[in-house]
Design a binder for this molecule. Sequence first.
Ligand SMILES: CC(C)(COP(=O)(O)OP(=O)(O)OC[C@H]1O[C@@H](n2cnc3c(N)ncnc32)[C@H](O)[C@@H]1OP(=O)(O)O)[C@@H](O)C(=O)NCCC(=O)NCCS
Length: 174
Amino acid sequence: MVERDFTIRPIREGDFPQVRAIYELGLETGHASYETTGPTWEQFSTSKIMDTVLVAAEKEDPDFILGWVSAAPISTRQVFHGVVEDSIYIHPQGQGRGVGGSLLSTLIELCESRGMWAIHSWIFPENEGSAKLHASRGFQKVGTMHQMARMTYGELAGEWRDCDLWERLLATPE
Ligand SMILES: CC(C)(COP(=O)(O)OP(=O)(O)OC[C@H]1O[C@@H](n2cnc3c(N)ncnc32)[C@H](O)[C@@H]1OP(=O)(O)O)[C@@H](O)C(=O)NCCC(=O)NCCS
């Protein structure tokens, strides 16, 4: 068994200020999302499938959130209800410690156990860390979508940016 110095648990509303701050630290890289600011709790909790939102907390300091992962629906069409999109953000102090890998593996198991059959991930081609993380958990890059949106900040500010689409197939439900 792998000894870990963090624990994974479902999100609680009181975690949200840290969850939002970790998201905004990710945005500051300029290679995590087109978004410019974090959501409100209302926006977050209505856009995610809340029972898939997990946080990793420091084992020695359980109030310190190291990172989070979530799944959200890819479509409002009922026929696609088993296909979700992931988001994953790790605090700079938590990166490189296996937190992202553990959260993503846990999300995959959770989604499969809930009868979902695919997870999509949108990753900027420049985000090598996220691509490596997803590849390490069995995601495959299926293609590149072009000029999805104009980036408004960071080193690619002003450029119409491409985004890679990755997928992780899960067992199909009975
Ligand atoms: C990308 C990110 C989620 C990775 O999380 P992490 O906790 O540092 O990743 P881990 O330590 O669990 O590493 C998981 C795997 O990915 C690889 N990896 C992670 N970051 C990497 C990097 N920058 N370069 C190369 N490989 C990397 C690791 O080698 C590891 O592979 P392994 O399990 O086969 O050994 C994290 O850097 C982050 O939050 N970045 C900012 C926000 C962001 O870009 N989110 C994704 C938006 S699509």
